[in-house]
Design a protein around this ligand. Structure first.
Ligand code: GLU
Length: 420
């Protein structure tokens, strides 16, 4: 799947285009190029589950370990009807570059199960999770591959994974998965970490571009764990959250939305649509707004050639993975819009996952302040390294992030050498 075949229109093809631009600038040798564009391992499993009505459904699940040169594979597991092997492989590649940019000792992995959790009961989701983990159990572990939450999975899902793995190996093994509930080896600050990282990236970008985050107009697409925490923390930092949209609809308020009230509303209604503190807004409408900061925090392929001309934000911070297509990215760069790419922008989550894994392995836990201070330091370091690279090489932030990441993985690949 890696380099042969027609990849046009695939997500992996889009990732390759981003990779190749940076690899060319680095004059990456052909052999390392081949290694870094080949997924190390792709696992496909069938997961039979007896549903509440007695019927047996067989769900397809994937786990891809894209590259483990820097350490164990790391990356979330998503539950979504649209999951494909192409998507999971690409997300695993992005995790590889993300961990390298964040400068944490992990490779990249990702998992996905084709299912629609919105129509499944808690018991069905637990059965599916346990069966999926049982099917990939030999491939995961604290030293091998450490899953985490992603789209439609949460702390409860991680608890089931930790328990299933622990039952199989015969002892409690908390470090097999991150994003766990606090009482079973989770880390303070992990749940908010991706959003906190996005907030810090937005603040640093504003400083770089030349405006203050206080009073800045912000629009957020997606109100899941990433979008909602980003909006909340940015509002606390003094920004004005003027628009939020999600899978169902959106809300707009030029004076700034009351974010705590919106969080409360969305918690009860599973959507921001219908919130009384603003006017209705569509997803397309959100992208057309004049904003200082736009945060796409939903799914892939949201900013495309079909809507890129409408975008009037000064800064885009990609909370989601892959929200911008490569062609649209080129347009944004030409128009001088400062884009903080996904592999940098949302790396706060996996950085806090690294902290959780370290704490689990030590059996010694940090205060929330320690977690947040270390997170802030890592995020600012990563932002500065990429910004400096973009200045040195006269490239956009995405290419710069790839340059930093590829260089780190390639250097270690060379030093480790070839086995057999
Ligand atoms: N799913 C998150 C991401 O895409 C977090 C991964 C992790 O913490 O391992 O970065």
């Amino acid at each position: 799947m890696a380099t042969d075949g027609n990849l046009d229109g695939t997500l992996f093809g889009a990732m390759l285009r981003e990779f190749e631009e940076a690899a060319r600038i680095l004059s990456l040798e052909r052999g390392i190029w081949r290694i870094l564009t080949s997924p190390k391992r792709q696992i496909t499993v069938s997961c039979p589950v007896q549903m509440d009505n007695g019927e047996i459904i067989v769900f397809t699940g994937y786990r891809v370990q894209y590259n483990v040169t820097l350490g164990p594979a790391k990356g979330g597991i998503r539950y979504h009807p649209g999951v494909t092997l192409d998507e999971v492989t690409t997300l695993a590649a992005w995790m590889t570059w993300k961990c390298a940019v964040a400068h944490i000792p992990f490779g990249g992995g990702k998992g996905g199960v084709i299912c629609d959790p919105s129509v499944m009961s808690r018991r069905e989701l637990e059965a599916l999770t346990r069966r999926y983990i049982a099917e990939i159990i030999d491939a995961i572990g604290p030293e091998k591959d450490v899953p985490a939450p992603d789209v439609n999975t949460n702390e409860q899902t991680m608890a089931w994974i930790m328990d299933t793995y622990s039952m199989h190996v015969g002892h409690t093994e908390t470090a097999v998965v991150t994003g766990k509930p606090l009482e079973l080896g989770g880390s303070l600050g992990r749940r908010e970490a991706t959003g906190r990282g996005v907030m810090i990236m937005a603040r640093e970008s504003a400083r770089h571009v030349g405006f203050d985050i206080k009073g800045a107009k912000v629009g957020v697409q997606g109100f899941g764990n990433v979008g909602s925490v980003s909006a909340d923390l940015l509002a606390k930092a003094g920004a004005r959250i003027v628009a939020v949209s999600d899978w169902k609809g959106g809300v707009y308020n030029a004076k700034g939305l009351d974010v705590p009230a919106l969080l409360d509303y969305a918690g009860r209604n599973r959507t921001v649509q219908g919130f009384a503190g603003g006017e209705p807004l569509t997803n397309d409408g959100l992208f057309k707004l004049e904003l200082d900061v736009l945060i796409p925090a939903a799914l892939e392929n949201q900013i495309t050639m079909a809507n890129v001309a409408d975008i009037r934000a000064r800064v885009i911070v990609e909370g989601a993975n892959g929200p911008t297509t490569p062609d649209a990215n080129d347009q944004l760069y030409k128009r001088g819009i400062f884009v903080v790419p996904d592999i940098l922008a949302n790396s706060g989550g996996v950085t806090a996952s690294y902290f959780e894994w370290v704490q689990d392995r030590h059996g010694y836990f940090w205060t929330e302040q320690e977690v947040n201070e270390r997170l802030e330091a890592k995020i600012v370091q990563a932002f500065d390294a990429v910004r400096q690279t973009s200045i040195d090489f006269k490239v956009d932030m995405r290419t710069a992030a790839y340059i930093v990441a590829i260089k780190r993985v390639a250097d270690v690949t060379r030093v480790r050498g070839m086995y057999a």
